[in-house]
Design a protein around this ligand. Structure first.
Ligand SMILES: NC(=O)c1ccc[n+]([C@@H]2O[C@H](COP(=O)([O-])OP(=O)(O)OC[C@H]3O[C@@H](n4cnc5c(N)ncnc54)[C@H](OP(=O)(O)O)[C@@H]3O)[C@@H](O)[C@H]2O)c1
Length: 266
């Protein structure tokens, strides 16, 4: 059966690549899209894809008037939560690619999704390489008791830490919390220099030109170190296959799941 998809952010850097992926998939149909600048136009015309007649709307509420099975949120942190709530209330399953939602936001969305019997899959990073990074880091956290995370992204990224790192910290905290020999509030000097504490671990967000998304977890034990690191290239291709998988699997559960690994076969 064809899965009808509504894509908010269909003209964006990540959303446009996903739109092309959906257009090429036999089992998916892009029935609606959201873009304020191109509202009223056909997505195929905007992206240069022949025969893609998806109409673009100026808001998620408007786009959701077209019936869909899965709503994909790929816009901006400041509108993501409201868009997702609107989609859940329409009875759509939701895939969240947008970064910046807090644990509390996700908890609220979990409650709403359960009320409406739909699935919400929040994925900090759709690339399969970051799934592997997370799995390696989870394994390392079992045996190496101290670690900190460095979160690199471009100078123009508005949110920090990245969605990738929020999810990574959440997953590592399910394994255990790292030892921090000198408590952060006993730091001599500005406490901020020790980074932000997320799920009991220190996260250092670097925002400089030249980075896309890079994530490094530095693990330490007595007299040894292990670094697990991911570096994205400059294009959006790494995020397409994982997002397609998320769209295909999000109807398989009710409530919230976090991370692409939660719907992958292991
Ligand atoms: N999970 C992952 O693997 C992954 C991968 C890449 C990016 N991301 C995240 O995905 C989000 C989008 O990234 P991007 O680089 O594609 O951003 P982008 O290039 O700025 O694209 C944003 C898209 O959302 C639309 N948009 C922006 N503001 C909107 C609003 N207020 N209401 C409705 N639509 C709005 C834009 O169209 P208009 O301006 O025409 O409205 C555009 O289509 C970011 O949070 C980013 O961190 C996640």
């Amino acid at each position: 059966m064809t899965i009808r998809v509504c894509l908010a952010g269909a003209t964006g850097w990540a959303g446009a690549a996903l739109a092309k992926g959906i257009a090429q998939a036999d089992d998916l149909e892009l029935v609606a899209g959201v873009s304020r600048q191109h509202a009223g136009r056909r997505l195929g015309e905007v992206l240069g894809i022949p025969n893609l007649n998806t109409l673009l709307s100026s808001s998620a509420e408007e786009a959701l008037k077209t019936a869909c099975d899965v709503f994909v949120e790929y816009t901006r942190p400041e509108v993501a939560k409201a868009n997702v709530m609107a989609a859940i209330r329409q009875g759509a399953h939701v895939v969240i690619g947008t970064s910046g939602l807090t644990d509390q936001d996700l908890q609220e969305l979990d409650g709403l999704a359960r009320e409406h019997h739909v699935g919400v899959l929040a994925v900090g990073n759709f690339s399969f390489a970051t799934v592997v990074l997370t799995k390696c880091a989870e394994l390392a956290a079992k045996y190496l008791s101290q670690w900190e995370i460095v979160d690199y992204a471009s100078a123009s990224k508005p949110d920090a830490p990245s969605g990738t790192v929020r999810e990574l910290a959440y997953k590592l905290a399910q394994v255990r919390r790292p030892e921090i020999p000198i408590p952060i509030d006993q730091t001599q000097g500005p406490k901020e220099s020790r980074g932000a504490t997320l799920h009991g671990m220190q996260v250092h967000s670097v925002r400089l030109p030249g980075y896309v998304i890079s994530t490094e977890v530095i693990f330490c034990a007595l007299d040894e170190k292990l670094s697990v690191r991911y570096d994205a290239g400059s294009g959006p291709e790494p995020y397409v296959a994982g997002a397609l998988l998320a769209i295909r699997r999000v109807n398989s559960f009710v409530g919230l799941k976090r991370g692409l690994d939660s719907v992958m076969d292991w």
